[in-house]
Structure formats: structure tokens, C-alpha cells
Design a protein around this ligand. Structure first.
Ligand SMILES: Nc1ncnc2c1ncn2[C@@H]1O[C@H](COP(=O)(O)OP(=O)(O)O)[C@@H](O)[C@H]1O
Ligand SMILES: [Mg+2]
Length: 279
């Protein structure tokens, strides 16, 4: 389990807290989506799970974060990084090699993965992210989206128990974005990986995340099961978070018909609801 207990954090030199009194738990094998406007503290929250806040980004840190019983303040980053794999919002700050394969190998060798296991890990990561053909390429020749996929592949090759991804689809088209979310879901399902993903694409979050945390001004504005959070459609809109169209449609119908209807979070549910209403 990952738990935030009244975490507040102000970056050194910052005059306002980037995180304010965050209380949040993510169960083992859970899939949490984090959303909110720019500057809300999403990246800082992600950094706090991986421990780089406060180990690499110093500041005033109050409260605690525990990842599988490790207190992130007391646990060295090298130990935390074996458990938590993180894909940074700015992937270029994370990539250190010049060739794609070397980038994946670097992490595997650093973690002391037995040599016999390495080829399988490489194939798995490159295949699952859908970039086997990039293996021999120079990183400098890749597009932003391709570099994003390399960063994701090098983290999943390490098979961390917890995956934290900060806007991993920012440079990706809708097809690749969905592919990455399907991959995250399969890691959750097949290996019990805990997934925490900061994402602006609300439709993807609603479809794949079990729970949502909506941030605003460093605080948690809403958190809970995805469906439950979406019942606050109007309030979310005030925070600059748009609900998926299917969710707005079911709420609109509910208002029109003057009776409560379950919130739809994907197209299949909306279609089913529409059919039932017309029947
Ligand atoms: N390295 C840093 N040093 C100082 N302040 C920072 C740093 N990174 C982020 N902040 C500040 O922390 C707040 C939250 O930022 P961030 O976590 O990046 O939000 P988001 O990811 O939601 O856009 C902002 O006010 C931002 O200016
Ligand atoms: Mg951010």
C-alpha cells in the first residue's frame, strides 16, 4: 500500500506549498489517476511517491509518505527506486544513453538483473510498448513520442512493484495513448503492479483508473472511486477538469428525465443506458 499522511511540501525557495495536507491511500495493485490544472501539484505528488521529493528536490516536508512500509524520508533513494519506477513528465531529463537498447540495459545492469534474464526483459518491454523496431536506433533520431515510449519501456523492463507515470502520453497520438494505458492495465492485472498515472486525457483515466485524485492548488479537491468522483461533474468543471462526454450525457439525461441515472464512464455503458431508456 502507498499512503500519504497529511503530507505538505514547499520547495526550497518556493513561497507557497506545492502540496497541502494530502491524505491518500492507494492499495497494492490499485490504479490511481491524478488530474488537475497546471500547477496543481500533480508532478510534486508523483515525485513524493518516488522519493525524489524530498531527497533530490529539497524543501519543507511535513507529514509522511509510506510505500510498502518504507517511509520515503528514512529510506535511501536507491532502495526506493527498486520498488518504485517513475517516468518523468520531461522524459529527456531521464534518458541518459545515446542508443535505445543501451537505455534499457543501463537500468537492468544497474539493478543487477542476472544476465540470463536480460534478453527476455528487453524483448518484453520493447514489445509491450510497441517499439521493437526502435531497438538499434539512436535516441537523438527519435520523435518526442518515441522517446516517451523508450522511457516507459526502460522503466517497465525493471518490473517495479509500483509504477508512477507523469503525463506519459503527452506527446502521443490517441492510438498510442490508448496502447500505453492498455499496457498499464495489463501490468496491473498480470503482475499486480500498482499504477499511479498523472494524465490530462480524462477519457482514458475514466476508462482505466480504479480511482481518481483531483488536485487543485496543491490540495486534493476530490478523491475516490472513478465513478464516484465523476458524479461531481459541475464542480470538476469549475476546477478546469472536463468530464468525458458520455458522463455529461448521462447527467444531462438524468436532469431532463428528472430521475437519477447511473453515471456512465465509457461508450459501452452510455450505449446500454440509451438503449434501455428508449426501450
Ligand atoms: N523544482 C521546483 N522548485 C520550486 N517550485 C516548484 C518546482 N517544481 C514545481 N514547483 C512549484 O510547485 C507547484 C506545483 O507544481 P507541479 O507539481 O509541477 O504541478 P503540476 O504538475 O500539477 O503542473 C507550482 O507552484 C510550481 O511552480
Ligand atoms: Mg506536472
Amino acid at each position: 500500500m502507498i499512503s500519504f499522511e497529511s503530507l505538505s511540501f514547499t520547495y526550497q525557495g518556493g513561497n507557497v506549498p506545492a502540496l497541502k495536507d494530502i491524505c491518500l491511500t492507494v492499495p497494492d495493485g490499485g490504479f490511481l489517476g491524478v488530474i488537475g490544472p497546471a500547477g496543481a501539484g500533480k508532478t510534486t505528488l508523483a515525485r513524493a511517491v518516488s522519493g525524489i521529493v524530498p531527497h533530490a528536490y529539497r524543501g519543507d516536508f511535513y507529514g509522511s509518505v509510506k510505500v510498502h512500509d518504507m517511509d520515503t524520508v528514512d529510506t535511501p533513494l536507491t532502495d526506493l527506486s527498486r520498488c518504485v519506477g517513475m517516468v518523468f513528465q520531461d522524459v529527456d531529463s531521464q534518458i541518459i544513453s545515446t542508443m535505445v537498447e543501451d537505455e534499457l540495459l543501463y537500468g537492468l545492469e544497474n539493478f543487477g538483473v542476472p544476465h540470463a534474464e536480460i534478453p527476455e526483459r528487453l524483448d518484453f518491454a520493447l514489445d509491450r510498448v510497441g517499439i521493437p523496431e526502435l531497438r538499434e536506433r539512436a535516441i537523438s533520431s527519435l520523435s518526442g513520442g518515441q522517446r516517451q515510449k523508450v522511457a516507459i519501456a526502460s522503466v517497465i523492463a525493471l518490473r517495479p512493484r509500483v509504477l508512477v507515470l507523469d503525463e506519459p502520453t503527452g506527446e502521443l497520438d490517441p492510438v498510442s495513448s490508448r496502447q500505453i494505458f492498455s499496457l498499464l492495465k495489463s501490468l496491473q492485472r498480470d503482475f499486480g503492479t500498482t499504477v499511479i498515472v498523472v494524465e490530462q486525457k480524462i477519457m482514458l483515466l475514466c476508462e482505466f483508473a480504479d480511482s481518481l485524485a483531483v488536485m487543485k492548488d496543491g490540495a486534493l479537491a476530490y478523491q475516490g472511486q472513478t465513478r464516484e468522483v465523476l458524479t461531481h461533474a459541475e464542480e470538476l468543471l469549475d476546477l478546469g477538469v472536463n468530464c468525458p462526454r458520455v458522463t455529461r450525457l448521462s447527467r444531462h439525461l438524468s436532469d431532463r428525465l428528472g430521475k437519477p441515472l447511473p453515471v456512465c464512464v465509457n461508450l459501452e455503458e452510455a450505449e446500454k443506458q440509451a438503449r434501455e431508456l428508449m426501450a
